[in-house]
Design a protein around this ligand. Structure first.
Ligand SMILES: Cc1cc2nc3c(=O)[nH]c(=O)nc-3n(C[C@H](O)[C@H](O)[C@H](O)COP(=O)(O)O)c2cc1C
Length: 368
């Protein structure tokens, strides 16, 4: 089921990126194999990757993907340092990666590229369906290395929200040509003398000339307001290819309500009319868009299509699929409770993930 648009076909269903490790390569691959868009989460993917190596990489998937990483030497170094045949003995803690910081060395950049390469490569293995990568804009520091690694694996879509991803389209253009890319760090109260730019120069990582140009993935911005969509179309550093419009009932991390914060009896933020995206304004931009937030049903898909959307993005339902990275006992328990009607979703302030499997992006959720 693919919606056609100008150019190549667009998916009607996007499986939303879910960090950390919830939408891993197994889930994204399963969705892409069925002709829709599977999306891996690459948030903290470097830490996830070194832990999986220390868990012994059962089945050898990571090592199979690592064999295809084009930069020389890095995969072997990562194996030497992190891989533990048979996994960690009980009680032995993981060997941790240090916090990513501005100006990390080349080795750390390369490990991060390798980790996102592996995740995307595995999601794409053995089929030619599209695969996307999801990142949080506000976790700025590792994003350039993650994007370049994902592009080396041929990622088809980049989906980013949780911030204003104005600079990302231009970053994708530069990285596709193996050219230097940069992002300005958003630092409250930074002095003007501070060099608040993170840079990545792909040419630093190749012994000789970089290989052929990479495919520039489509860029979908995840937004919760039509004014942000308009701003991105006008001011982004390159081409925005569409929008995922997340309503306040979407699982995961939501934009706060506009105006003064009001809470309901459960301490959940109350959203209202002002938080509803004006879809007519989005339609006027002429770009494809997908609706997210309680849209995982045939009726909601039909509603989205009627509203001019290309389709829907769904998270919570996929988080409980067999292929998702959530712990199996947790999935089982939630599904059992849901089948008995003994489940209530709550939106928790200051915590994530926050799943509330009800409502629609087209209407405000009940205030209580
Ligand atoms: C467990 C969980 C984790 C999520 N993590 C992310 C994330 O890392 N990045 C992101 O852009 N969206 C994230 N989301 C949002 C989903 O991609 C999707 O937009 C949302 O779940 C759609 O609403 P639904 O849950 O009602 O289907 C997450 C959602 C869930 C349920």
């Amino acid at each position: 089921m693919l919606a056609s648009s100008i150019g190549s076909p667009l998916p009607m269903i996007i499986q939303g990126g879910m960090g950390i490790g919830v939408s891993g390569w197994r889930l994204a691959r399963a969705v892409s194999l069925r002709g829709q868009l599977g999306v891996v989460s690459a948030t903290a993917i470097d830490s996830v990757f070194v832990r999986r190596l220390q868990d012994g990489d059962p089945g050898g998937d990571l090592r199979r993907a690592m064999d295809h990483f084009p930069l020389p030497g890095i995969a072997a170094a990562a194996l030497r340092r992190y891989y533990r045949e048979g996994g960690r003995p009980a009680g032995v803690p993981y060997r941790m990666l240090g916090m990513y910081h501005k100006g990390v060395g080349r080795a750390r950049e390369q490990l991060t590229m390798l980790a996102s390469f592996v995740e995307v490569w595995l999601a794409k293995e053995g089929h030619d369906g599209p695969v996307g990568v999801n990142l949080l804009t506000k976790i700025q520091l590792p994003n350039l290395a993650i994007l370049y690694g994902a592009m080396l694996a041929g990622v088809d879509y980049v989906l980013m929200g949780a911030g204003i991803p104005r600079e990302i389209p231009g970053v994708l253009d530069a990285l596709a040509a193996h050219q230097p890319a940069s992002i300005r760090l958003e630092i409250d109260g930074a002095s003007p003398e501070l060099d608040a730019t993170v840079r990545l120069d792909p040419r630093d990582h190749w012994g000789g000339a970089p290989p052929a140009l990479l495919t520039r993935p489509r860029f979908l911005a995840i937004i919760a307001s039509n004014s942000l969509a308009t701003m991105l179309v006008r001011k982004a550093s390159g081409r925005v290819d569409g929008f995922v419009i997340e309503g306040p009932t979407a699982g995961g991390h939501n934009a706060p309500p506009r105006g003064a914060l009001r809470l309901n009896g459960h301490g959940e933020p109350i959203y209202g009319e002002r938080d509803m995206v004006d879809l007519a304004a989005v339609r006027e931009l002429g770009l494809p868009f997908w609706l997210a937030g309680g849209t995982g049903s045939p009726a909601a898909l039909r509603g989205a299509l009627d509203a001019g959307a290309t389709g829907i993005q769904v998270g919570t339902l996929f988080a409980f699929a067999e292929e998702s990275g959530l712990a199996a006992e947790y999935k089982r328990s939630v599904l059992q409770h849901a089948a008995q009607g003994a489940m209530e979703g709550r939106r928790q302030r200051g915590a994530r993930p926050d799943t509330r499997p009800s409502g629609s992006v087209l209407e405000p959720p009940p205030a209580d």
